[in-house]
Design a protein around this ligand. Structure first.
Ligand code: SAM
Length: 230
């Protein structure tokens, strides 16, 4: 497990055994390499949109002698997935929520046809990702939160389902599962956020022309966070 940081290990841990995985935005292919090395899976695609990082991935896969099981492909988002690949699990990690949402929104129904699980790790903008999932027939079945290098990362696993549970505003913001498990990293992330919301609110209220929409939005967030943390 030497290749994986805590963040990547949390993503790795959410992959079901024997799945067929596409790791999108794979500039090192570490997750597919570890999954295949440890006999968790037998086939993966490492997709990358930029040639330089794609070559690094290719080199890593070759160094581990795994080119027969991990195919490194150049392409935008889910374009690297072809029907015969029978990919059932897509990983998108280490990007902003806007980019992840954008990649998912651009995917075609054929690319998602065989996909049962999405494992997503947005660096920021998690609510946007949860919103896309809930509007596109994916239900969140697992979430984790970890601290690494002074950053808090959330990892979200969602399963394709016909009528996914509707998420409340609070669940979109803080995560339906994370809000229940209330891990230490979660409590400290949202305690920090609460402090920063309260500070911003004070600053806005001191201004000459008060932006009432902003005040309402921050006040709402404060209430949501307080409710979950209490
Ligand atoms: N997934 C790895 C991780 O979590 O450590 C790498 C994260 S790295 C910060 C993001 C990678 O995604 C970059 O190599 C970037 O070129 C690639 N990327 C960005 N947009 C992409 C897209 N639309 N399709 C495929 N790869 C993309």
């Amino acid at each position: 497990m030497e290749l994986l940081s805590n963040r990547l290990k949390s993503v790795y841990d959410m992959v079901d055994p024997e799945s067929r995985v596409a790791d999108i935005g794979s500039d090192h292919a570490y997750i597919p390499i570890e999954l295949v090395q440890n006999n968790i899976i037998d086939f993966a695609i490492a997709g990358e949109v930029v040639e330089g990082p794609m070559n690094i991935s290719k080199q890593h896969v070759e160094n581990f002698g795994l080119s027969n099981k991990i195919q490194v492909r150049l392409g935008n988002g889910l374009d690297v997935i072809l029907g015969p690949d029978l990919i059932d699990t897509v990983i998108i990690a280490g990007m902003g929520g806007i980019l992840i949402e954008n990649i998912l929104s651009k995917s075609t129904s054929e690319q998602l046809e065989n996909v049962k699980n999405l494992i997503l790790q947005p660096n920021i903008g998690e609510p946007l990702v949860r919103k896309w999932l809930s509007e596109n027939n994916f239900e969140i079945i697992d979430e984790n939160i970890i601290n690494e290098d002074n950053h808090t990362y959330e990892i979200i696993k969602a399963k394709k389902i016909k009528n996914p549970k509707v998420l409340s505003e609070s669940e979109l913001l803080m995560g339906p599962i994370l809000s229940k498990t209330k891990k230490e990293a979660f409590i400290s992330k949202w305690s920090r956020k609460l402090e920063s919301y309260e500070k911003s609110l004070k600053n806005i209220q001191r201004a000459k022309n008060i932006d009432q929409d902003k005040v309402n939005q921050i006040t709402n967030n404060i209430e949501l966070v307080k409710e979950v943390l209490k």
